[in-house]
Write a protein that binds this ligand. Structure first.
Ligand code: SF4
Ligand code: SF4
Length: 182
C-alpha cells in the first residue's frame, strides 16, 4: 500500500473532509424558498402555460390550423378542429390542449410555421380539476392577452423560440411558409 494511502486510512482524512463540508454547509444560509409566500424571481424563457398568439391588428388568433403542432406533439395532447371561413381560409374552430398530458417539450412552438403558439413564463396554474387544466382556444388566447401581449410577447417569442416565421426561407409562391400580408 502506498504511504499516502496508509496515512489516509489511519487518520480517516476522507471522512474528516466530508464532515468539514457538512459542518460548513450547516453554517451557510438556507436556500429553501418558502413558496408561495416567497415567489421565484422571473425565469426568462421558462416553459410554462401555453398561449395562442393573438394578432394585434385583427384581435384574432394567428393560427392557420395547419395541424403541424398536433402532428409533432409527442403526447398527442393537442386537438384541432378546423373549418373554412367565409373568405375560404382555413381556421381552427376549436383548438384545445390537455395540459395534464403535456410534457412541455415545446415541439409545438418549434413546429409552428407562423409563430402562433408559445409557452409563457407563467407557472402558477395548478388546480384540482381536469377541466381547469383543459385549455380551449378562448382560454389560450386569453393567456396571451394576460401574460404576453404587447412588446413582452414579441421580445420573448423572438428571443427564446426558434424557428419563428421569419427564420424560414421559401421559394416564391410556396403556400405554407409564405409570410402573411398585414
Ligand atoms: S409542449 Fe410538447 S407535449 Fe406539450 S403540447 Fe407542445 S408538443 Fe405537446
Ligand atoms: S402549427 Fe401553428 S398554425 Fe399550425 S395548427 Fe399549430 S398553432 Fe396553428
Amino acid at each position: 500500500m502506498e504511504f499516502k494511502k496508509i496515512i489516509k486510512t489511519i487518520f480517516f482524512t476522507e471522512i474528516l473532509k466530508g464532515m468539514a463540508l457538512t459542518f460548513k454547509s450547516m453554517l451557510s444560509p438556507a436556500v429553501t424558498r418558502q413558496y408561495p409566500e416567497e415567489k421565484h424571481p422571473a425565469m426568462p424563457g421558462f416553459r410554462g402555460l401555453h398561449a395562442l398568439v393573438v394578432d394585434p391588428a385583427t384581435g384574432k388568433e394567428k393560427c392557420i390550423a395547419c395541424g403541424l403542432c398536433a402532428a409533432i406533439c409527442p403526447s398527442q395532447c393537442i386537438y384541432i378542429y378546423s373549418t373554412e371561413g367565409p373568405d375560404n381560409k382555413k381556421f381552427a374552430e376549436r383548438y384545445e390542449i390537455e395540459l395534464t398530458r403535456c410534457i412541455y417539450c415545446a415541439f409545438c412552438v418549434e413546429a409552428c410555421p407562423v409563430g402562433a403558439i408559445v409557452l409563457t413564463e407563467h407557472y402558477e396554474y395548478t388546480d384540482y380539476s381536469r377541466e381547469a387544466l383543459y385549455m380551449t382556444k378562448e382560454k389560450l388566447m386569453a393567456n396571451w392577452n394576460k401574460y404576453m401581449a404587447g412588446p413582452k410577447g414579441e421580445e420573448y417569442f423572438k428571443k427564446f423560440w426558434h424557428p419563428t416565421a421569419d427564420d424560414y426561407r421559401a421559394y416564391d409562391g410556396q403556400p405554407m411558409f409564405r409570410k402573411r400580408e398585414g
